[in-house]
Design a protein around this ligand. Sequence first.
Ligand SMILES: C[S@@+](CC[C@H](N)C(=O)[O-])C[C@H]1O[C@@H](n2cnc3c(N)ncnc32)[C@H](O)[C@@H]1O
Length: 250
Amino acid sequence: MWHNKYKLLGFIEDIVNEKCNGFSVFCDIFAGTGVVAERFNEKNIKVIANDFLDSNFIPLKAFLGTSKINFEEIEHKINLLNDLEAKDDNYFSENFGNTYFTLENARKIGTIRERIDELSNDENEKAVLIASLLYAVDKVANTVGHYDAFRKKLDTVQPLRLLVPDFEAENNINNEIYKEDANQLIRKINCDVLYIDPPYNSRQYSDAYHLLENLATWEKPIVHGKAKKWIVRTSKAIIACNQRPKLLLI
Ligand SMILES: C[S@@+](CC[C@H](N)C(=O)[O-])C[C@H]1O[C@@H](n2cnc3c(N)ncnc32)[C@H](O)[C@@H]1O
């Protein structure tokens, strides 16, 4: 799914350590999956992570922005979600069953997503549960890695299973997570290291993210065409930077 910079992490870390002798605020302004921000997330470093898509912002909020969470409660709720019976059709199965997912998995995904809204005690818990669902969904998708199309032969048939996320909440106390246009946010924040990994092209959104964004926002829009898309979004590269970070990585 999500294209990420996982393979470049060592390289990015080496450059930051070489060029920047000590820093306390690291900003990943087009954070995507958040793997880069996560690498620098330590107790004495404040991480600012931003992405304007809910399907990225919600996992960022869950894993980098949640400092108070009861993991036992989360485990209990995830077991409950995994055990839900889903025999009837719903928005998700009607639109994505028998194509991107088996009908059984699609029914379960829609049922779980609906239940998360009722089950969550607060916004952090909700973010953690939705993030867990997004990761589980991506593992059982009948695609070649993005949601531009589904594979004709529906042979990705393993059952959907949400896992209890594992993250160090105490590292997140000072972090700030945003869902803003980077062009606006850059005028409001201050950081020592600014990492800029903008989109490669504007088609990227509707091609890669429409399905996960649909599930994350859960506004149940009408979807179109064979690929069942709804999202249309474009982006500009950063145009102005008011401050001077110690290090600018692009
Ligand atoms: C190339 S990806 C970042 C990948 C990320 N470094 C990773 O390793 O996962 C670019 C990201 O920027 C986000 N994005 C694009 N335009 C944006 C904008 N104007 N403001 C905020 N986020 C934006 C996209 O949603 C996408 O997740």
